[in-house]
Design a binder for this molecule. Structure first.
Ligand code: OFO
Length: 169
């Protein structure tokens, strides 16, 4: 059993993970609409991973004999002015998710819930990887510019991303 405070913050995190999935799915649609199918693939794979993150939290809360409260998912909005602008927003978004997970970790320590503390470490590790991979894409977009030929090459690279379940799932 987990405390009510931990239950509530994990339910909030479930909402954030599903919001992330929605955000990436809408970005995938945007990239597809402008012909960047590799970018679109990257965002779609990310969306699937976010659903996994939400589902693992969902199972964890139930597995600890606690309650799920699914809240409304906000409509995602983002600046569509360029692929770089979108990726800069992705980076900002992932930083905010890391901060939310840090708050979960702090609360588990306040509540002396070491099992959940240990569980949430998987998410924190995943965030380090996600921030790094997004940051690498931003660096490439900045280094090569957003000329069509550069975008074409980056698009081809992002096409190769394949969905795999995160190792903690
Ligand atoms: Fe963006 O990764 Fe979920 O937590």
């Amino acid at each position: 059993m987990i405390s009510d405070k931990i239950r509530d913050i994990l339910n909030e995190q479930i909402n954030k993970e599903f919001y992330s999935a929605y955000l990436y799915l809408s970005m995938s649609a945007y990239f597809s609409e402008i012909g960047l199918f590799g970018f679109s693939n990257w965002a779609k794979v990310q969306s699937k991973e976010e659903i996994d993150h939400g589902m693992v939290l969902f199972e964890y809360v139930l597995g600890r004999n606690s309650q799920i409260h699914l809240a409304q998912i906000t409509t995602p909005t983002f600046d569509m002015s360029s692929p770089l602008a979108v990726f800069e927003q992705i980076y900002k978004h992932e930083r905010s998710i890391t901060a939310a997970l840090d708050s979960v970790a702090v609360m588990t320590e306040d509540e002396c819930d070491l099992a959940t503390r240990n569980f949430i470490d998987n998410y924190l590790r995943e965030q380090i990887e996600e921030e790094a991979s997004v940051s690498r894409i931003i660096s490439k977009l900045k280094a090569f510019g957003e000329e069509k030929s550069a975008l074409y090459l980056i698009d081809r690279e992002l096409q190769s991303r394949e969905y795999t379940q995160s190792c903690f799932l």
